[in-house]
Design a protein around this ligand. Structure first.
Ligand code: NAD
Length: 296
C-alpha cells in the first residue's frame, strides 16, 4: 500500500489528505494545529507527532502550506533530513517561483525527486477530489507525480521544469483577477446607464465579452446560481488569497522584467478592497466596491 505523508491540513490540505485516504492509501498526516489534525484523523488519516515522524517511511510526501517561507523551512529542516531518498516530494502550496526552484534544487542535491504542483479549484474541489494541478518537474518524474496526485485531481498538466507549475498558477490567477475586475466594472457601468444586470449578462455571455469570470462565476447575483454572489459572497476564493497571488505575480514580473500594468492595477484594487474589509469575502465581491457600496 502506498504510504503518503501529508503536511498541512488546512482548508485545502484537509480535503486533499482525506481523498488520499479514501483512495486506499495509508496517510500519515501532520499539522501544527491540533484541530486540523483531529479532523484529518476523522477522515481516515493517521496522526503523526511531527513532520519528521510523518515522512520517515513515506513513498510520497505532499505539502500544502501557507507560503514560501513555510515551504522552505519545512523542506530544509524537516523533510529532506528525514524522508527516505526514494520518496517522491510534491509541494502543492501556492508560493513564489524562486522559492519553488530553491527547494527543488536542494531536494535534487539531496537525491530526491521533487515537483511543484500548485492547484486551481478552491476548497470545494479539494473536498471533491477535482482540483486542477499544474506541475513543474523533471519529465521523467511526471508519470509518478500524476499517479500520486490522482485521488485529488480532475486534471493534471505538466507545465515544464521546476518552478513552471508555480509560474502557471500565478499567471492564471493574474488573468482571473484582471478579468473579474473587468466584468465587475462593466456591471457597475451598465447599472449606472440603466441597463439591467440580468439583461447585460444575457447579452455579454453570448457576445465578445464572454469569459469565465462572467459565465461561470458571475459577480452579479442571479444569472449563475452556483456563484458566491448568490451567497453574499461567502465561501469561494477569498479576496485575501487573490491578493496574495497577485502580489506573487507582481514580484515575479519585477524580477523577470515583464510589463504587467493591468496586473499591477488589479493588485492595487484588491489591496484597497482588502483594506476596506473585503479580505474574507469572495474576490468577486469587489463589485460592491466598484458600485460604491459598503463592503460589509
Ligand atoms: P490554511 O491556512 O487553511 O492551511 C495551511 C495549514 O498549514 C494550516 O492548517 C497550518 O496550521 C499548517 N501549517 C503551517 N505551517 C506548518 C508547519 N510548519 N508544519 C505543519 N503544518 C503547518 O491554507 P489553505 O487555504 O489550505 O491554503 C494552503 C495553500 O493552498 C496556500 O499556499 C494557498 O495559497 C493555496 N491555495 C488555496 C486555495 C483556497 O481556495 N483556499 C486555492 C488554491 C490554492
Amino acid at each position: 500500500m502506498t504510504r503518503v505523508a501529508f503536511i498541512g491540513l488546512g482548508n485545502m490540505g484537509g480535503g486533499m489528505a482525506a481523498n488520499q485516504a479514501k483512495a486506499g492509501r495509508e496517510v500519515l498526516a501532520f499539522d501544527l494545529s491540533a484541530a486540523a489534525l483531529d479532523k484529518a484523523a476523522g477522515a481516515g488519516c493517521a496522526k503523526a507527532g511531527s513532520v519528521a515522524e510523518a515522512v520517515k517511511t513515506a513513498d510520497v510526501v505532499i505539502t500544502m502550506l501557507p507560503a514560501g517561507p513555510h515551504v522552505r523551512s519545512v523542506y530544509a529542516e524537516q523533510i529532506l533530513p528525514n524522508a527516505p531518498k526514494t520518496a517522491l516530494l510534491i509541494d502543492s502550496s501556492t508560493i513564489d517561483v524562486e522559492s519553488a526552484r530553491a527547494v527543488a534544487a536542494q531536494a535534487k542535491a539531496a537525491g530526491f525527486r521533487f515537483a511543484d504542483a500548485p492547484v486551481s479549484g478552491g476548497t470545494a474541489a479539494a473536498d471533491a477530489g477535482t482540483l486542477a494541478f499544474m506541475v513543474g518537474c523533471d519529465e521523467a518524474d511526471f508519470a509518478a507525480v500524476e499517479d500520486a496526485i490522482q485521488p485529488m485531481s480532475r486534471i493534471t498538466i505538466r507545465a515544464g521544469d521546476h518552478g513552471a507549475g508555480q509560474a502557471a498558477k500565478i499567471c492564471n490567477n493574474m488573468v482571473l483577477g484582471i478579468s473579474m475586475i473587468g466584468v465587475c466594472e462593466a456591471f457597475a457601468l451598465a447599472e449606472k446607464l440603466g441597463l439591467e444586470g440580468e439583461r447585460f449578462f444575457e447579452i455579454a455571455s453570448k457576445s465578445s465579452g464572454q469569459c469565465w469570470s462572467l459565465t461561470s462565476y458571475c459577480p452579479w447575483p442571479g444569472p449563475v446560481p452556483a456563484a458566491p454572489s448568490n451567497r453574499d459572497y461567502e465561501g469561494g476564493f477569498a479576496t485575501a488569497m487573490m491578493l496574495k497571488d497577485l502580489k506573487l505575480a507582481q514580484e515575479a514580473a519585477a524580477k523577470a522584467g515583464a510589463a504587467t500594468p493591468l496586473g499591477a492595477s488589479a493588485e492595487g484594487l484588491y489591496a484597497l478592497f482588502d483594506r476596506l474589509g473585503g479580505g474574507p469575502k469572495d474576490f468577486s465581491a469587489i463589485l460592491e466596491m466598484l458600485r460604491g457600496r459598503s463592503v460589509q
